[in-house]
Design a binder for this molecule. Structure first.
Ligand code: C5P
Length: 220
């Protein structure tokens, strides 16, 4: 088929991952969760004793990390050096450390290189989600979307996702403070030129997926 890269950016708790995955499923496209790659690198640095504040060491780790990541909507699988870390990378410890890794520019360059390689391997037919996909990774994507939601909606969704076990402060750390740190290197709060904003604050999951599919159908 013709190239169809659907680039989706947005803050945490916007519903990006679940919506992106469902869009990929319905359009029978591959799916790449770039956040999982930053999380895997964070896990790898912690595992191998790399100081997250040491930019050169984090960059070096990004280059040698033996990462495997699934690009199918049927299975979520992330492994480093053969160790399955699919569940572990969702741990609050990783969530609270990942921004330190993601703000290391040398590591971003390497992960972006790997992301572009994966997109090419799928003949550019893929839904790719993250923070800098519409602006840096694939600025020439056929479809570019910014999925946003009010702060209130994002805190509520992340709370539900984590099983209602988190206090207000913990949720605030995991959503608002992480976004603030991530925003120092990538802008995912305003849509760049040519990027369509989809505000899901008042939409349920199905409505959000249908709106995203309507945006896609305008260009294909
Ligand atoms: O999407 P998710 O919340 O799993 O992303 C985890 C972290 O990875 C983000 O908080 C951010 O630090 C980093 N990230 C990034 N660029 C991307 C995707 C994720 O910096 N394209």
């Amino acid at each position: 088929g013709k190239p169809l890269v659907i680039a989706i950016d947005g803050p945490s708790g916007s519903g990006k991952s679940s919506v992106s995955k469902e869009v990929a499923r319905r359009l029978k496209l591959a799916y790449l969760d770039t956040g999982a790659m930053y999380r895997a690198l964070t896990w790898y640095c912690l595992k191998t004793g790399v100081d997250l504040q040491d930019g050169a060491a984090v960059e070096q780790a990004s280059k040698i990390m033996p990462l495997e990541i699934s690009t199918s909507t049927a299975t979520e699988y992330v492994a480093v050096d053969g160790t399955d870390i699919t569940d572990e990378i969702r741990d609050p410890l990783i969530s609270s450390s990942v921004s330190a890794v993601a703000t290391t520019l040398g590591a971003r360059t390497e992960l972006i290189r790997r992301q572009r390689e994966l997109i090419d391997q799928h003949h550019r037919r893929m839904v790719v989600e993250g923070r800098d996909i519409t602006t840096v990774v694939v600025p020439n994507a056929e479809v570019r979307m910014l999925l946003t939601a009010s702060e209130e909606a994002r805190l509520r969704r992340r709370g539900i996702q984590l099983g209602g076990t988190q206090t207000k402060e913990q949720l605030n750390t995991q959503v608002i403070q992480r976004d603030a740190k991530d925003s120092t290197v990538v802008n995912f709060t305003q849509a760049a030129d040519g990027v369509v904003t989809l505000d899901s604050s008042d939409l349920n999951f199905e409505e959000t997926v249908e709106t995203a599919l309507a945006i896609v159908s305008k260009v294909i």
